[in-house]
Design a protein around this ligand. Structure first.
Ligand code: GLN
Length: 490
C-alpha cells in the first residue's frame, strides 16, 4: 500500500478496494493526484485545463456515497478527459483556437455515465487539434511530452490522455480513436488503450472528426482496469444513432490466465517495410508468449488489402472532417472574427485564423475529394477499398479468434522530427487505421521496451468481441512484467 503522497500509483481496482474498506478517502486520493500533477505537469504538459477544485468537490461527494454504501466501481477515482468530449460547464477546446473559450452546456453521454458512477474529473487533456495528428504537436496551445523521454512525443491524437496516465496524473483517462488515436499513444506511453467496436460506445457529445470511424475508449495502467471502465461507458444510446442496441457483458468476467483453445493469427502485412527491428522482435516474442500460454498461433496469415488502408483513410477521414468542420463558421459558437466586410468575409477570416495548418490541410483534401467530378474517383473508390479491407478481416476471423500485430511501427519519435513532413507522420498509423476502417475492436498493451521506450502489442478482435480481446490481453499481461514498469519522473 503506497503512502499518502503516493496514492496516485494505485490502479483503479486497488483504489476501489481501499476506498471500499475506508482505508483511504477519495479526497485523499484526489489530493495525491493533484499533487502529482503539480510535480510533473510542467515537464509533461498533459492538460489543457486542470479542474482541481471541481475534482475535490466531486471527491468529497464520492466519499459521502461510499460511506452510505452506495459506491460503484469507479466512484471517487480520478479521471482525465480528452478535450474533445463535451463537459457541461468546463471548457472544451479540442486544442483549437476555434474553441479556446467554448464552454459546453451539456455532457457527452460517456461523461454522464461517469457522473452516475461518482466521477472525479481532474482535468481536460491536450490533443492534436480536432484529433488530427499522431504526436499531439498539432495542439494549438503546446506540445505534450512523453513521460518516458521528455524530448519525445507521446503519440496522438490523444497524447495528453496517454501521458497523464503514464505519468500518474490520473488513474485513468478517456480518449478517442479515429485512425489509431487511442492505441498509438497508449503504445508510445506504455499504457493500455482500447478502441471498442464501432457502435459500442455512444459518441453523443464527442466533437466529430470522421463520423464513420470515431470511437471513444479508455486509457488505463492495466487490462483489468480497462475492462472496468468499458463496463461503464459502453451501451446503447438513443442520442447516437450509430450506437448498437446490444447488451453489455461484464468485461471483467472474461479475464482468465489460460489461452487454451484460442486461435490467433499474425498478419504478415503488419510487419511493414521500415518497421523498427526491435519493435518487430518484441511483437513476435509476444506472440510466442501467447503460444506458451496455450493459444494456437498461425504465423502465416495474410490480409492482402492492408497496404491500401492508409490511402483509403486519407480520403475518407478528411472528407468526413470537411463536412463536420463546416459548422465552425463564427456565427453559432466559438471563435469569431468581427471585423469583416460582410458575413462571407467574416466566415472566411474566422476559419482562416481559428483553424491550424493540419486542420486546414484536411478540410482542403476532403473538400477536393468530395467535389463534383472527383467524388467517384476518390471517395467512392475509397469506400470500395474499405469493403475489401473489411472482407480480408471477415475471412481471417473465420479461422482465428483474434489477430495480433504491432500497434505502431516505431517507438516514440523526437518532438519536431516529423512536423515538416505530414506524409511521414501519416505513416505512424499504418497498423491502426485498418481496424477503424473495418470497425473492429483493438487494444494496445505494453509488450516491452526498446532502448528504454515502450513498445505496444495490438490485439484485434471480431466485431463486438471485446471480451476475447481483453482475455488475450489479460493473459499476456499476467505472464509478463511490462505493465509494472513506469517512467521515472522522480
Ligand atoms: N493520426 C490519425 C489522423 O491524424 C488518426 C487520428 C485519430 O485517430 N483521431 O487522422
Amino acid at each position: 500500500m503506497p503512502g499518502p503522497n503516493d496514492l496516485w500509483r494505485l490502479s483503479i481496482h486497488e483504489a476501489r478496494q481501499t476506498l471500499a474498506k475506508r482505508e483511504i478517502s477519495s479526497v485523499e486520493l484526489t489530493q495525491s493526484v493533484i499533487q502529482r500533477i503539480g510535480e510533473v505537469e510542467n515537464r509533461v504538459k498533459s492538460y489543457v485545463t486542470v479542474t482541481a477544485d471541481l475534482a475535490l468537490a466531486q471527491a468529497s461527494k464520492a466519499d459521502g456515497r461510499i460511506a452510505a454504501g452506495d459506491g460503484l466501481p469507479l466512484t471517487g477515482i480520478p479521471v482525465a478527459i480528452k478535450d474533445v468530449l463535451s463537459t457541461n460547464g468546463v471548457r472544451t477546446t479540442c486544442s483549437s483556437r476555434m474553441l479556446e473559450n467554448f464552454v459546453p452546456i451539456y455532457d457527452a453521454t460517456v461523461i454522464e455515465k461517469l457522473k452516475r458512477q461518482g466521477m472525479v474529473m481532474v482535468g481536460k487533456t491536450n490533443m492534436d487539434e480536432f484529433a488530427m495528428g499522431s504526436s499531439t504537436e498539432n495542439s494549438a496551445f503546446f506540445a505534450t511530452h512523453n513521460p518516458w523521454d521528455l524530448e519525445r512525443v507521446p503519440g496522438g491524437s490523444s497524447g495528453g490522455s496517454a501521458a497523464a496516465v503514464a505519468a500518474g496524473e490520473a488513474l485513468y483517462s478517456l480518449g478517442s480513436d479515429t485512425g489509431g488515436s487511442i492505441r498509438q499513444p497508449a503504445s508510445l506511453c506504455g499504457v493500455v488503450g482500447i478502441k471498442p467496436t464501432y457502435g459500442r460506445v455512444s459518441r453523443y457529445g464527442l466533437v466529430a472528426f470522421a463520423s464513420s470511424l470515431d470511437q471513444i475508449g479508455p486509457f488505463t495502467t492495466n487490462v483489468r482496469d480497462c475492462a472496468l471502465v468499458l463496463n461503464t461507458i459502453c451501451g446503447h444510446d438513443p442520442l447516437d444513432s450509430t450506437s448498437a442496441p446490444l447488451p453489455v457483458p461484464d468485461f471483467t468476467a472474461a479475464l482468465a490466465p489460460d489461452l487454451r483453445g484460442v486461435k490467433i493469427g499474425v498478419p504478415k502485412e503488419y510487419f511493414v517495410e521500415g518497421i523498427q527491428p526491435e519493435v518487430a522482435d518484441l511483437v513476435r516474442a509476444a506472440a510466442n508468449q501467447l503460444e506458451r500460454l496455450g493459444a494456437e498461433v498461425d504465423w502465416d496469415v495474410s490480409l492482402p488489402h492492408t497496404q491500401y488502408g492508409l490511402a483509403a483513410y486519407y480520403i475518407i477521414a478528411p472528407s468526413e472532417a470537411s463536412a463536420n468542420l463546416a459548422r465552425y463558421d463564427g456565427v453559432k459558437y466559438g471563435f469569431s472574427v468581427q471585423e469583416a466586410t460582410d458575413v462571407w468575409d467574416a466566415m472566411m477570416r474566422t476559419r482562416q485564423h481559428g483553424f491550424g495548418e493540419e486542420v486546414k490541410r484536411r478540410i482542403m483534401l476532403g473538400t477536393y475529394a468530395l467535389s463534383a467530378g472527383y467524388y467517384d474517383a476518390y471517395y467512392l473508390k475509397a469506400q470500395k477499398v474499405r469493403t475489401l479491407i473489411k472482407k480480408d478481416f471477415d475471412t481471417a476471423f473465420e479461422k482465428y479468434h483474434v489477430l495480433v500485430a504491432p500497434t505502431s511501427p516505431s517507438v516514440a519519435f523526437k518532438i519536431g522530427e516529423k512536423v515538416a513532413n505530414p506524409l511521414e507522420m501519416y505513416l505512424s498509423d499504418v497498423c491502426t487505421i485498418p481496424i477503424n476502417i473495418a470497425g473492429l475492436p483493438g487494444i494496445s498493451i505494453p509488450a516491452g521496451l526498446a532502448g528504454g521506450l515502450p513498445v505496444g502489442l495490438q490485439i484485434i478482435g471480431k466485431p463486438f468481441d471485446e471480451e476475447t480481446v481483453l482475455k488475450v490481453a489479460y493473459a499476456y499481461e499476467q505472464a509478463t512484467e511490462w505493465q509494472e514498469k513506469r517512467p521515472d519522473l522522480g
